[in-house]
Design a protein around this ligand. Structure first.
Ligand SMILES: [Zn+2]
Ligand SMILES: [Zn+2]
Length: 116
């Protein structure tokens, strides 16, 4: 017979827990028996770690996504989408226009370098 360390109840030698108060006996500790509350706590702990990891990854990804979005906005040069002003008549033509829609002059600078 052993005695419960908590309540002093007499417990049989092969008992893992005190039948009176539920305290784990030395044998129970030795056998590494888990009480239901300990198992629950362990389960929650593991789930907590997984959740924390998932949240950390999600937070990092969200942060990275925001940074990428911000970098994209900063990298987009405004002049790429600015209207193309005709050097001949000054008419603003839509971005990507090759010829002025007012006077028909070629807007591409390549035309000038070729000298044609
Ligand atoms: Zn006890
Ligand atoms: Zn023009």
């Amino acid at each position: 017979m052993v005695y419960c360390s908590n309540c002093g109840e007499q417990i049989s030698d092969d008992a893992y827990f005190c039948p009176k108060c539920g305290t784990k006996t030395a044998k129970g500790t030795e056998a590494n028996v888990k009480t239901s509350s300990e198992e629950l706590r362990d389960a929650f702990y593991k789930v907590g770690i997984e959740l924390e990891r998932a949240f950390t990854i999600a937070a990092k990804e969200t942060h990275a996504a925001f940074q990428r979005a911000r970098a994209d906005m900063q990298q987009k040069p405004a002049e790429q989408h600015e209207p193309m002003t005709c050097p001949n008549c000054g008419t603003k033509n839509a971005f990507g226009s090759i010829f002025c829609n007012n006077c028909g002059k070629r807007l591409s600078p390549l035309e000038e370098s070729h000298g044609a």
